[in-house]
Design a protein around this ligand. Structure first.
Ligand code: HEC
Length: 103
């Protein structure tokens, strides 16, 4: 059952990828996910709410695809167990609030 569910979910995200690198998103779902799994290290490095990681001088990313890849690799690093949809939601949320990439 579970592998089937995962297969279906990745299939739907692949189709959505035709439009945006992160497909259809649910921005409301993103912030709780992000705040739970992603702020600890960023705050340790930059203080405050950690968001300076995303707005620092010389930040590493320059387009949506790189943002999505970075979210995916940070997710893999922390083993948060997110689905591709979750990565897409958080990437889109980060883009809306910090990165503002058009493509
Ligand atoms: C174990 C510590 C740690 C955790 C937890 C973590 N990150 Fe990171 N993250 C880093 C480090 C370190 C960098 C900067 C790497 C560098 O400067 O080369 C980074 C950089 C980033 C960047 C790129 C910043 C830039 O330069 O524009 C993004 C986006 C990001 N993380 C997203 C996430 C997301 C999403 C999560 C939650 C799934 C997460 N991070 C969890 C350590 C962490």
């Amino acid at each position: 059952m579970r592998p089937l569910l995962i297969a279906l979910l990745s299939l739907s995200s692949l189709q959505a990828n035709a439009e945006e690198p992160w497909g259809k998103v649910d921005l409301n779902a993103a912030k709780p996910l992000h705040d739970k799994a992603c702020t600890a290290c960023h705050i340790r490095m930059y203080g405050g709410d950690g968001s300076k990681m995303y707005s620092r001088d010389g930040r590493m990313l320059s387009n949506k695809l790189e943002l999505l890849q970075r979210v995916a690799s940070c997710n893999a690093m922390v083993n948060a167990g997110w689905f591709p949809e979750d990565e897409g939601n958080v990437a889109a949320w980060l883009n809306k609030h910090y990165y503002h990439f058009d493509q």
